[in-house]
Design a protein around this ligand. Sequence first.
Ligand code: NAD
Length: 341
Amino acid sequence: MKIAIFSAQSFDREFLPLMNWEIGHELTFFDTSLRKETAVLAHGYACISCSVGDDLGGETMEALAKNGVRLIALRSAGYNQVDLAAAEKQGIHIVRVPAYSPHAIAEHAVALLLALNRHIPKASNRVRDLNFSLEGLMGFDLHGKTVGVIGTGKIGSVMVKILNGFGCKVIAYDLTEDDQLVRSEMVRYTSLEALYRESDIISLHVPLTPKTHHLIHSESFAQMKKGVYLVNTSRGGLVDTKELISALKSGQVGAAALDVYEEEEGIFYHDLSVGMLKDDVLARLLTFPNVLMTSHQAFFTREAVSNIALTTLLNVSEFESGKTLSHQVRASTHYFPLAAR
Ligand code: NAD
């Protein structure tokens, strides 16, 4: 089947053809992101593939439908960027990659936490400058610290296991408890309030939904331990960034490790180093020495990218052969976390 691939990165150009070798879809890559203005590029393609930064709002859906698009194969697990009701109205099916490597994301969350706590970027830069002083580089042991994991689905549960390896005391909040984790005594579930109160470190692993939008805001910061470390590798919209900045300024938040940012679209995955950053909130965030940020790269391992490519192509094959779409998301899809596990 002919597939137009929007927001194509170099790794998409490498891994999709590799995985497509025996599947045989006809792939066309577009560097440009999908917006209503670029939807015309989809003309002649019943199937397109999109990424997290593409605009899949109502107007884009309308434009896509006019150009004959019937299937959007997301190369992501999250689908908060999609207007599902609009897609359904236009008769466009949406499929996603529900799981590709929860380890990739959890491991990146831990990498960020360790690098932030032990000041690795600063220490490395210093050593390269032949400055071998330890001034200002002291961290703390993760061993014995209480870590609050919000969301213990596929990624959060891997995070719980990794943190247990460090000897952390792990507490968690989720709509549904993971019985296996509880039975293995790796975690104790608490209320959100208790998690805020008790945690030295908080790591976010819930999806972005209307219910979790700005889950972390000024009132939640106020309930947390002073100096708490916040790790967000899930979605930027879970945190009110302006209120995070206030909490960092007051010292209520001791440090933040972020792989995602609520206004990342149009910034992340682009090289703006020769231009300028127009986003004042992000610019302020980047001035804090106790903020460590990466550009939505937690998924970026060889294993995860291969799985994303393969599942995307197989999702399209199911559509082409008229089979039930195993990984379809619908407007009526309620959040059934157990079914997704
Ligand atoms: P999952 O569906 O397996 O788990 C999500 C968990 O959140 C579930 O256990 C669910 O019960 C819980 N949850 C949902 N709504 C909740 C609420 N309102 N309150 C409390 N708990 C709630 O998802 P996953 O595979 O673990 O992925 C989690 C998120 O990680 C994704 O939605 C995505 O946003 C993000 N993600 C980020 C990257 C990255 O590269 N940074 C990559 C993949 C996924």
